[in-house]
Write a protein that binds this ligand. Structure first.
Ligand code: DAH
Length: 363
């Protein structure tokens, strides 16, 4: 054996770290891998054997110094070890993945025996319940239901209702103007009442009444706006407008229809209602309808629930109808106020605070 040969033969042993015998490198890797409890630790361990300067890689590099026969034998051996280490690495990686998955599943596990949280049931707002009930009651006595714009033209909101520009009655209904030069230079505003719907609906059905004798009989519930805020007023509130026009509809019909409506709405005949003489530009004669609270913090107090009256001839004319031939009544009632009276609620602002403790009582 010459010098070169002996150096070459010694090479494989000299690359094995002290204390590690070649045959046990696989076992060493296996126990190393087994000791790893995280992915990162396992990757580090793997690179100690299979990385760029890992033990196996170093050994493979050392092969170049061996004779062809030794190369063959040792090469095969090293490759077998390499395959075994790779397999050990993969199996440990699989184990760690399974462990991680199991831990995740355990953490996220659902206890199907717990009672469900549920979503809670919604309820219809008390004011909207009143709105719906009004539609039912008036619908049952033949009133059509109409809906119209909340941003209204000055003409419909005021002028057509016999309330021309600069009329002092306008100041009773201070409101929010949206565009001072809206349509034809006339302002657009948030409607102050549902009364403009009288004009819109009657104009559309005027010919049917004139030519076919079909009465105009309509309610128009909706949102309205005024610069007002206290226990019985809010900047946004709901009204229901009523209009009945035909050849012989009188103030007596107003009293009859409205009282009948109240009896059904409050589900009692023992009502405390009064028709109090009043003024509106669009009715003559005019009346406010008041009702007395019979429960709640306002018990014994009167509350105005509606304006009403016989439609003014100038307004009938603006409907496109002949005021000598057609006559009728109108009313505009506050839906919050009807609701307050029905449930004995002392402050209308409760309707808009969204407090579930209050609202749940009506669900
Ligand atoms: N629009 C009036 C208001 O908001 C209420 C009203 C009064 C409506 C008399 C009417 C009516 O239809 O005839 O105060």
């Amino acid at each position: 054996m010459n010098k070169v040969e002996s150096t070459q033969r010694a090479a494989p042993e000299s690359m094995v770290p002290v204390g590690v015998v070649p045959t046990t490198i696989v076992q060493a890797a296996m126990s190393d891998f087994q000791a790893c409890t995280t992915h990162a630790a396992l990757e580090n361990a793997k690179s100690r054997y299979l990385g760029k300067s890992g033990l196996i890689t170093e050994r493979l590099k050392g092969l170049s110094e061996l004779t062809p026969e030794h190369k063959k034998v040792h090469g095969a051996e090293i490759n077998r070890d390499k395959d075994s280490i790779e397999a050990a690495y993969k199996s440990r990686r699989g184990e760690l993945e399974t462990e991680a998955l199991n831990a995740k599943l355990a953490a996220e596990s659902i206890d199907v025996t717990l009672p469900g949280r549920g979503r809670g049931t919604g309820g219809i707002h008390p004011v909207i319940q009143t709105w719906q009930r009004c539609e039912e009651i008036f619908g049952s006595i033949g009133f059509d239901v109409a809906d119209g714009p909340e941003i209204e033209a000055d003409w419909y909101n005021f002028t057509a209702l016999n309330n021309p520009p600069n009329h002092p009655a306008r100041s009773m209904q201070d409101t929010f103007y949206v565009d001072m030069n809206g349509t034809d230079g006339l302002p657009l505003l948030l409607r102050t009442h549902t009364s403009p719907m009288q004009v819109r609906y009657a104009k559309m059905h005027a010919d049917d009444l004139t030519n076919n004798g079909k009465p105009i009989k309509v309610i128009a519930p909706g949102r309205t706006y005024r610069v007002d805020s206290d226990a019985t007023h809010s900047p946004m509130f709901h009204q229901i407008e009523g209009l009945w026009i035909d050849e012989n509809i009188s103030f007596a019909d107003l009293k009859g229809v409205y009282t009948d409506f109240l009896r059904r709405f409050f589900e009692t005949d023992a009502l405390q209602v009064r028709f109090r003489p009043s003024y509106f530009p669009f009715t003559e004669p005019s009346a406010e309808i008041d009702m007395k609270f019979d429960s709640g913090p306002l018990k014994g107090r009167w509350l105005e629930i509606s304006g009403s009256g016989q439609v003014h001839p100038s307004v009938v004319k603006n409907f496109g109808l002949d005021p000598e031939r057609f006559i009728g009544f109108a009313f505009g009632s506050g839906l919050e106020r009807l609701t307050m009276l029905k449930h004995g609620i002392g402050d209308l602002r409760l309707f808009f605070e969204g407090d579930l403790r209050f609202l749940k009582q009506f669900a």
